[in-house]
Ligand binder design. Structure first.
Ligand code: 5RP
Length: 218
């Protein structure tokens, strides 16, 4: 299997976690897109979806899948999304597509978080992938200086504005040994909306696409 086939295989495997008659949380990115396409085949079985980005909402609607406002929903049964890095402890880095804040909100509001990724995303220690941080525009320089004090090298994602109207700093050079601690510490910097470490609310299941098939890590 090549990388695209692995992404498609994990996306299809995630259909097993879809509960009939419930609202499904939908992630963002190429792997989540395969999940949206697969979900279209069973759209009549679910109540609707909550999307983590405008791009995913648009793709869902193009398949005739209902997209609901999270504020109008009592419970999201499962959230399915990709990742930029994942550990065997199911801690993640997300935000390569810039949708990290809405992704974190939908993940937090969901009973179960199923992460879908090809095996290239599995790492021993998070941080090789530059850590995305969503920042209120007026705080850009202040937050960047604070990140340098923590040993990171922040780089502005040029020409990119999030769905929430903010900027992204991609932080290089971090070796994330204590993901829950760093996640909380970064979120405490004034001007940070959220950061791409998903450890305080990690995934509950990681479906990993490998050359020999889909592996399930819990
Ligand atoms: C978007 C994300 C994505 O889940 C992450 O970037 C992985 O994307 P892909 O499935 O395209 O590799 O966090 O903000």
């Amino acid at each position: 299997m090549n990388q695209e086939e692995m992404k498609k295989a994990v996306a299809e495997a995630a259909l097993d976690y879809v509960e009939a008659g419930t609202v499904i949380g939908i992630g963002t990115g190429t792997t989540a897109n395969y999940f949206i396409d697969a979900l279209a085949g069973i759209k009549h079985k679910i109540e609707g979806t909550v999307a983590s980005s405008e791009a995913s909402a648009e793709r869902l609607r193009s398949h005739g899948i209902e997209v609901l406002d999270l504020n109008m929903v009592n419970e999201v049964s499962v959230y399915v999304d990709g990742a930029d890095e994942a550990t065997k402890h199911l801690h993640l880095i997300k935000g390569g597509g810039g949708a990290l804040t809405r992704e974190k909100i939908v993940a937090a509001a969901s009973r179960k978080f199923v992460c879908i990724a090809d095996e290239s995303k599995l790492v021993d220690i998070l941080g090789q992938f530059p850590l995305p941080i969503e920042v209120i525009p007026m705080a850009r320089s202040y937050v960047a200086r604070e990140l340098v004090k923590l040993g990171g090298e922040p780089v502005l994602r040029e020409g990119f504005i999030t769905d929430n109207g903010n900027i992204i700093l991609d932080v290089h050079g971090l070796q994330i040994m204590e993901p829950t601690k760093l996640e909380a510490q970064l979120n405490n910097i004034a001007g940070v909306v959220t950061n791409g470490i998903f450890a305080i609310r990690p995934a509950d299941v990681l479906l990993l696409g490998t050359e020999t098939g889909v592996k399930t890590l819990t």
